[in-house]
Design a protein around this ligand. Sequence first.
Ligand code: SF4
Length: 181
Amino acid sequence: MVPPSAQQPLPLSQPLVGVSRCLLGEAVRYDGGSRHVPWITEVLSHHCRLLPLCPEVEAGFGVPRPPIRLVGDQERIEVQLVEDPSAYRTDQLSAAIGRLLPVVEQLDGLILKARSPSCGVHDTPLFDTAGESTPGAGLFTRACLSCKPQLVIVDEQALVSEAGRVGFLLQLFRRHHFPTL
Ligand code: SF4
């Protein structure tokens, strides 16, 4: 689905928000599905410019594709195929993320998909050698925060409640219009 802001360009005075493509209703998930959040395409799109992003499609993994997971520790994180632990996709995904970062530098905020190995904000499992997992950010999200720490980043779960949506909008417009406050 093409967000309205892509059909009728909004003024540059509107905040620029990167959004996981699957949340815009695009069928780009590993299983060929999407996780459309209507509030983003039907409400937010009239007030912000939306920029669709999908690191895994950018990496050329295709749709559908074998699921991946993050393994390692905070010092070194690898991208592993869930169904073939001997296979890694770290280099491909890291290169794709590197290509997206110049765009990320232009953003005011990001809305990303929870729990995704690429896009998760705080609940993506990172597996250690014993198979135990700890929650954290996905690989793309980590790179975005390193690139631009002042970005306003939420996942779709933070937008379920009205309080969450209002809080996101307040942070976003403050960041866009009063960046030094
Ligand atoms: S969560 Fe991120 S990487 Fe996964 S399909 Fe959505 S946009 Fe693509």
